[in-house]
Structures are given as C-alpha cells and as structure tokens.
Design a protein around this ligand. Structure first.
Ligand SMILES: [Zn+2]
Length: 147
C-alpha cells in the first residue's frame, strides 16, 4: 500500500472523517453505508486496519460478530425486513467490513443471491467439484489445513 493511501475506515475510527455511527466498542464500529442497497444498510468494521476478516484476532472476530448480531436485531426491529443479509468482501476498501442489509423478497440483494444460487446449482459448470468424491476430498483438504 502506498504511503499516501488513507483508508477511509481508519479515518472514521480516528474521528477524522464523518460517519453515521450506529454502535461502537473497543474493537469494532458500526456505521451506515453511504451507498446503501436498502434503507438501514450498515457496515461493521474492525477498528484495527486488517484487510480480510479471517486475519482478525479471535477477540476482534467475537467483537465484530457480536456487534453484527446486535445491529441486525435492531435493523429487524426498525425496518421489519424478511431477514438481515450478512456478507463480507473488502475489495473496494481493503479494511475488514461486514455488510448488514435489511432484505426483502425481490429486492436487489435477493435477486443477486438468487442468481448466485442458480449458478451454484448449474450442473454443467460445477459438476466436477460437486461430485461426492470431490466434495469429500475438498472437506479433507480444508480439515487438514493449519490455516
Ligand atoms: Zn483501514
């Protein structure tokens, strides 16, 4: 990362950039996404700059997911969605952030994940990796990994 790179999430954690903060503890912060998919779309970020969620410490993981649960329950209470979708990515801003999106049947996120699930179920494309022996080999590989 170049020296001039200023991570917007680190700036928010340091209170040098504005944000609509929803919740905060020692290790995590929840804020509204400024480009929401739906009303109430929130992000849960780690306070420490860590690009990928699986690189967080166990304490950070516990904090981030506890906060995600707490905020998701509040979103459910306020917006009455069908459910609160949670996912994490981090390609645009390389600082761990979990998306919490109140989701209803037929909205953009529902359509996106329906399309993804249709792809997942397409037999020609994924036949090689969904064969029972291939699945057993994949599970064994993951189980034996030392991370
Ligand atoms: Zn950062």
């Amino acid at each position: 990362m170049p020296d001039t790179y200023r991570c917007v999430f680190c700036e928010i954690v340091a209170h040098r950039a504005p944000a609509h903060v929803i919740d905060e503890d020692d290790l995590s912060l929840a804020l509204l996404d400024i480009q929401p998919f739906t009303e109430g779309h929130c992000l849960i970020i780690s306070k420490r700059h860590v690009p990928w969620w699986h690189e967080l410490t166990d304490d950070e993981i516990a904090s981030v997911f506890r906060m995600a649960k707490r905020v998701a329950r509040n979103l459910g209470s306020v917006f009455s969605p069908e459910f609160v979708c949670m996912y994490t990515r981090g390609r645009r801003i390389p600082h761990t952030h979990i998306f919490l999106v109140p989701t209803m049947k037929g909205d953009v996120l529902d359509g996106f994940f329906n399309a993804l699930e249709r792809f997942q179920e397409s037999p020609e494309t994924l036949a090689a990796i969904k064969h029972p022996q291939a699945l057993a080999a994949t599970a064994a590989k993951i189980r034996s990994s030392k991370g």
